[in-house]
Ligand binder design. Structure first.
Ligand SMILES: Cc1cc2nc3c(=O)[nH]c(=O)nc-3n(C[C@H](O)[C@H](O)[C@H](O)COP(=O)(O)O)c2cc1C
Length: 218
């Protein structure tokens, strides 16, 4: 029998009453059957210092181990000044170093975010998607779970109550599992010798110049 699919959920907020941590808590109950979400808290991760990258603190080693053990990643991020919070970027940076030892490499990921503003986290989510390019992480495109006006979607205990939001979250998690299976499953219709990687895993000048923009601009 296949083992359970494991998603590692990371909230980008350290705040006690965080909406985003509450969204992550809610996500745990919205996964498809046979899938579990485990969480990793970003508390205790010191500021990244490249002098220390070959001798990282225990908490960073734990983060990298947990990322590697996971089949997929769920980022639930607030938006700080139109971008991802420093604590999340800091953890991502630690996990990506030293060069050649990027724990995030090849992971499928889903992104969600809650804000007290109307379109809050949209900009942060797009920054995170940009970061994923260099990490070689594959974020699911749709649905985009951008939870605006968060204060109206949680009860007095801080739990997510909005059913529409939960439905989008459920769909995104389903799509994440589907993407994960497509990445992990080898194609059976093409002989091994003719197979090309589903995704390029390096950033050579060749791969960075194969985009549509380049072709259209010829
Ligand atoms: C430093 C800082 C910057 C913020 N910048 C934004 C922002 O750019 N866009 C936004 O929608 N909300 C912004 N907010 C408000 C957050 O949406 C709000 O604090 C939210 O509750 C943070 O998420 P959390 O509840 O998970 O901690 C900012 C909050 C802080 C503390």
């Amino acid at each position: 029998m296949n083992r359970e699919t494991r998603i590692l959920g990371i909230s980008g907020s350290l705040r006690q009453q965080s909406y985003n941590t509450a969204v992550l808590r809610a996500a745990v109950d919205l996964v498809p059957e046979g899938v579990t979400i485990e969480t990793f808290e970003l508390d205790g991760i010191p500021p990244f210092n490249q002098d220390e990258e070959r001798n990282p603190p225990a908490r960073v080693l734990e983060l990298k181990r947990r990322v590697r053990e996971a089949d997929a990643i769920l980022f639930v991020t607030p938006e700080y000044n139109y971008s991802v919070p420093g604590v999340l970027k800091n953890a991502i940076d630690w996990g990506s170093r030293p060069y050649g030892d990027n724990a995030w490499d090849g992971k499928p990921a889903a992104i969600m975010g809650a804000s007290i503003g109307t379109i809050g986290t949209a900009r942060a989510q797009y920054h995170l998607r940009q970061i994923c390019v260099f990490l070689n992480v594959f974020p699911v495109n749709q649905p985009e779970v951008i939870i605006g006006n968060a204060a109206q979607r949680f009860d007095a205990e801080g739990d997510l109550t909005d059913e529409t939001t939960k439905n989008y979250m459920r769909q995104l998690l389903e799509n994440l599992v589907e993407l994960m299976r497509r990445i992990q499953q080898p194609s059976t219709s093409v002989p091994i010798s003719d197979r090309r990687p589903l995704f390029a895993t390096s950033t050579t000048s060749e791969t960075t110049h194969t985009g549509i923009g380049y072709q259209n601009g010829k």
